[in-house]
Design a binder for this molecule. Structure first.
Ligand SMILES: *[C@@H]1O[C@H](CO)[C@@H](O)[C@H](O)[C@H]1NC(C)=O
Ligand SMILES: *[C@@H]1O[C@H](CO)[C@@H](O)[C@H](O)[C@H]1NC(C)=O
Length: 378
C-alpha cells in the first residue's frame, strides 16, 4: 500500500513537473523571489515548485554531488573538460543554456568514444529541462533493450498490449507496462483505456474527434497534419491516425517511458520540452492541441510566447485546441481570456466548468476547452 501510494505520488509529481520544471529553471522570479519583479510568484507556488524539484531530483537521482573536501578542492581547482565536448564544440554550437550546467554537461559528455554509451536518459532530460536543447551529439552507441521484438511490433496504435521487452526499464520502479497500468491506469499506457478518451462526449469540456473533423469539414478546412503538445503516450495522435491524420506528439519521459510507448504505437514522439520553439516551419500544420499539461503552472509570459509560437506554425485557417486548460476562476476571465484573445482567432468552441477534483476545489480552479481558428489572412 505504501509503495502504491508512493509510486502514484511520484508519477503524479512527474506529470506536473513535466509541465513546469523547465519553466522553473528558466524563471528569474523563482531564482530571486524577494526581488521586486513585475509579477511576483506567490509563496505557495514557490513551495510547490521546490517540492516538485526535490522530487524530480530524487527521481532522476541527480542531487548535486556532495561538496568536495577542502583538500581535494585545492588539488582540483578546475574540472577537466571531456575531450569529446571540446571537439564537438569546435564543430557545432552547443545551446548556451548548456553552459549554465557544466557539471551535468561534463557528466553527459564524459564517455568512451566508439563504445557503449552510459545509460543516462535521466541526465539527458535533466539537461533538456534546464534549457540545454538540442543536446550535443555523442559518438557512442546508445543502449538497446536486451531482447527486443521487431517482427511483432503493432501497426495498430491501440494494440491490446505494448511489448515490455522493447523498453529499458532499469531507471523505473515499474518493470512492465502492466505494472504502470496497475498503479495508475490514467497515465496513458493502458491502450484499451485510451481508446475512448478522444471519441466520447462526457461533458461540454470534451471535443470528440468525430466532432472536430466535422467542424473542420463544414468550415471547408482539411485536417491532415497536427502537433499534440505534452501528449504523453500519444493517444490523441493514435486516434487521429485511425482517421488518416498525421499528428506528432511532444513528450518527455519523467517517471515513465512515454516516448518509447508512443513509438511502440507507431507514433512519432518528439523529445522536446514545453519551453522549446516547436521544431517545424512557419504555417505548416493544420492543428495544434494543448492537453492539460498546458495550464496555470506556466507563467503568463511564457504561455504568451508559447501561444505565439503555436500561431507561427499554424497555417491560416488552422485550429488551436486548448483541451482542459485549467486556471483559477478569477484569472480565467482577467488573464487567460485576454491572453488568448491577443491571437485574434475565431472562437469555434468555448466551454468552461468548475474543476471539481480536490486540488481544483481547493484552489478555485476552472477548466477551459476552446477550439479556435486562425484567420486565413492577417
Ligand atoms: C484511411 O486510409 C485507408 C487507406 O487509404 C482507407 O482504406 C481508410 O478508409 C481511411 N480511413 C478513413 C477514416 O478515412
Ligand atoms: C463553480 O464554483 C463557484 C465557486 O467557486 C460557485 O459559485 C459556482 O456556483 C460553481 N458553478 C457550478 C456550475 O457549479
Amino acid at each position: 500500500m505504501g509503495f502504491t501510494m508512493g509510486l502514484n505520488l511520484v508519477l503524479l509529481m512527474a506529470m506536473v513537473a513535466t509541465n513546469i520544471l523547465s519553466l522553473y529553471h528558466l524563471s528569474k522570479n523563482v531564482q530571486s523571489p524577494r526581488a521586486p519583479t513585475p509579477q511576483p510568484v506567490p509563496d505557495h507556488l514557490l513551495n510547490q515548485l521546490r517540492t516538485i524539484r526535490s522530487t524530480i531530483n530524487h527521481l532522476t537521482r541527480l542531487q548535486p554531488p556532495s561538496p568536495p573536501s577542502s583538500a581535494s578542492a585545492a588539488a582540483n581547482p578546475a574540472p577537466t573538460i571531456p575531450s569529446d565536448l571540446l571537439l564537438h564544440s569546435q564543430l557545432s554550437p552547443i545551446a548556451s543554456a548548456c553552459h549554465g550546467y557544466p557539471d551535468l554537461l561534463h557528466r553527459f559528455m564524459n564517455y568512451t568514444p566508439f563504445s557503449l554509451c552510459p545509460h543516462d536518459p535521466d541526465l539527458a532530460e535533466a539537461l533538456i529541462l534546464r534549457g540545454c536543447h538540442p543536446l550535443p551529439r555523442r559518438r557512442c552507441f546508445s543502449r538497446t533493450p536486451p531482447k527486443t521484438t521487431s517482427a511483432s511490433l503493432p501497426h495498430n496504435p491501440f494494440p491490446p498490449a505494448l511489448p515490455d521487452s522493447n523498453v529499458i526499464w532499469a531507471k523505473y520502479s515499474c518493470k512492465s507496462f502492466s505494472c504502470l497500468n496497475h498503479y495508475n491506469p490514467n497515465l496513458g499506457f493502458d491502450t484499451s483505456h485510451e481508446y475512448s478518451k478522444f471519441t466520447t462526449y462526457r461533458s461540454e469540456l470534451d471535443l470528440p474527434v468525430s466532432q472536430l473533423l466535422q467542424i473542420a469539414k463544414s468550415a471547408g478546412s482539411v485536417l491532415r497534419l497536427g502537433i499534440d503538445i505534452g501528449g504523453g503516450t500519444g493517444s490523441f495522435a493514435a486516434t487521429m491516425k485511425m482517421q488518416n491524420v498525421t499528428v506528432v506528439t511532444t513528450t518527455m519521459n519523467l517517471g515513465a517511458p512515454y516516448n518509447e510507448a508512443a513509438a511502440l504505437r507507431g507514433l512519432v514522439p518528439l523529445h522536446v520540452p514545453l519551453q522549446q520553439r516547436l521544431p517545424v516551419f512557419d504555417g505548416v500544420v493544420d492543428l495544434v492541441r494543448c492537453g492539460h499539461a498546458v495550464n496555470r503552472w506556466i507563467p503568463e509570459t511564457v504561455l504568451e510566447f508559447m501561444l505565439f509560437d503555436i500561431d507561427r506554425v499554424l497555417r491560416g485557417g488552422g485550429y488551436l485546441w486548448l483541451d482542459h486548460f485549467f486556471g483559477k476562476g478569477v484569472s480565467m476571465e482577467k488573464v487567460y481570456k485576454p491572453l488568448i484573445g491577443k491571437l485574434g482567432y475565431k472562437k469555434v468552441k468555448w466551454a468552461t466548468a468548475n474543476k471539481t477534483d480536490s486540488s481544483g476545489l481547493k484552489n478555485g480552479e476552472v477548466y477551459l476547452t476552446a477550439l479556435l481558428q486562425k484567420p486565413v489572412t492577417k
